[in-house]
Design a protein around this ligand. Structure first.
Ligand code: SF4
Ligand code: F3S
Length: 104
């Protein structure tokens, strides 16, 4: 599976949802996640994210992100259409420790 990681938080560009062939992105207030059981590993979303916040779970230390994506994809609604990014997205892109500062 592919997963959404920390740099999506407080940016939420949503370019990713436009390209997913199986509509497996789910939307929270501050970020999106991918449902790991629905993702077909096509990889087309990864280069679409301006924040570089999508990764394959084959990279090191991705277990916690797979569990995170699974947990919230079961709680949040599906998102299939691109929308405006969050206010301040440019300044926050790449900021450290976004989980502590902005995730709620
Ligand atoms: Fe969707 Fe493919 Fe990205 Fe998985 S890898 S979330 S199926 S676009
Ligand atoms: Fe987030 Fe990147 Fe999609 S910032 S909303 S994973 S395009």
């Amino acid at each position: 599976t592919y997963v959404v990681i920390e740099n999506c938080i407080a940016c939420k560009y949503t370019d990713c949802v436009e390209v997913c062939p199986v509509d497996c992105f789910y939307e929270g207030e501050n970020m999106l996640v991918i449902h790991p059981d629905e993702c077909i590993d096509c990889g087309v979303c990864e280069p679409e994210c301006p924040a570089d916040a999508i990764r394959p779970d084959t990279e090191p230390d991705m277990e916690k992100w797979v569990e995170f994506n699974r947990k919230y994809s079961e709680k949040w609604p599906v998102i299939i259409e691109k929308k405006d990014p969050l206010p301040g997205y440019e300044e926050r892109d790449g900021e450290a420790d976004k989980m502590t500062k902005y995730f709620s």
